[in-house]
Ligand binder design. Structure first.
Ligand SMILES: Cc1cc2nc3c(=O)[nH]c(=O)nc-3n(C[C@H](O)[C@H](O)[C@H](O)COP(=O)(O)OP(=O)(O)OC[C@H]3O[C@@H](n4cnc5c(N)ncnc54)[C@H](O)[C@@H]3O)c2cc1C
Ligand code: FES
Length: 246
């Protein structure tokens, strides 16, 4: 875990209530290997955890949805402003758990941390299929980015404006699941529960909990798992399907 002062390079709307923010560490030697960052915002006591979607030497790219006062404040940041960011947080997805063909299932902003996983799986020569679920067309993000890493992409929308009308599980029901050896999921809890309890495959899910310190000290993000109490920020946010108690 490190504290890094980043400079905002870009902070632009990319979909309904959804922004992409590109942050520069100033140091070209900076590299991000971790799952999420925790961002301090002026006027807010607690930091806001956001998944790292793209990493390049010296910079990171995040996607976030404005859901409350903190993310609204983030959306008003302009290029040149600085941000105090806690980096190096969380245990991410394990790409080595899939041997040949992985199924990635993301809902809403939950697709963001699946992109670096897709890139890793692609780099390891594995087949990747992605199911992305959104409410409507103007919420869709990153579909072409997944395709650029060789993934076959299926989209579901609740209103039927793009792809399959309904939920990610409606797409899952149309697929030959014997093609896959492992799944990875991130998104709303109700979606991940449906995915984990219906898919007859081993898998991992990235959980979200309200966080205090974000770095393993306060135990504010503790959950019960089959292995006993675990901290989402330090022991997760990614957990094996069989360890999650829904
Ligand atoms: C590991 C992790 C990764 C995340 N990655 C992303 C991402 O890539 N993009 C994105 O848009 N959102 C992500 N979230 C959710 C994001 O942290 C919340 O949407 C954000 O903190 C809301 O802050 P707010 O002030 O706008 O909302 P408010 O509702 O006003 O927040 C009040 C408090 O609750 C916390 N909180 C509210 N919603 C959540 C939530 N879903 N999860 C955890 N804490 C919450 C806030 O951090 C704050 O402390 C992630 C959450 C976690 C735990
Ligand atoms: S938020 Fe403090 S231990 Fe997880």
């Amino acid at each position: 875990m490190d504290m890094t002062i980043f400079t905002v390079i870009e902070n632009v709307p990319v979909a309904d209530k959804t922004f992409r923010i590109v942050l520069s560490a100033g140091d070209p030697g900076f590299s991000n290997e971790a799952e999420f960052v925790n961002i301090a915002l002026d006027g807010f006591y607690l930091r806001r955890p956001i998944s790292v979607c793209e990493s390049a030497p010296g910079r990171i790219t995040l996607y976030y949805k404005t859901v409350g006062a903190g993310t609204e404040a983030m959306s008003r940041l302009v290029p040149g402003q600085t941000l105090d960011v806690m980096t190096g947080l969380g245990r991410g997805f394990d790409s080595s758990s899939s041997k040949k063909s992985a199924l990635l299932v993301g809902g809403g902003l939950g697709v963001a941390p699946l992109l670096p996983l897709c890139k890793a799986l692609w780099g390891e020569g594995k087949k990747v299929t992605v199911i992305m679920g959104f409410n409507k067309e103007d919420e869709i993000i990153l579909a072409d980015s997944f395709r650029s890493f060789g993934a076959q992409v299926y989209i579901s929308t609740a209103d039927g404006s793009v792809g399959t009308k309904g939920f990610v599980t409606d797409v899952i029901n149309t697929l030959d699941l014997s093609r896959f050896d492992f799944f990875y999921t991130c998104g709303p809890l109700v979606m991940m529960k449906a995915v984990c309890t219906t898919l007859p495959l081993p898998g991992q899910a990235s959980l979200e909990e309200r966080m205090g310190c974000g770095a393993g000290y306060c135990y504010g993000c503790s959950i019960n798992t089959a292995q006993g109490p675990r901290r989402v920020c330090k022991d997760g946010p990614v957990f094996n399907k069989e360890d999650i108690i829904w």
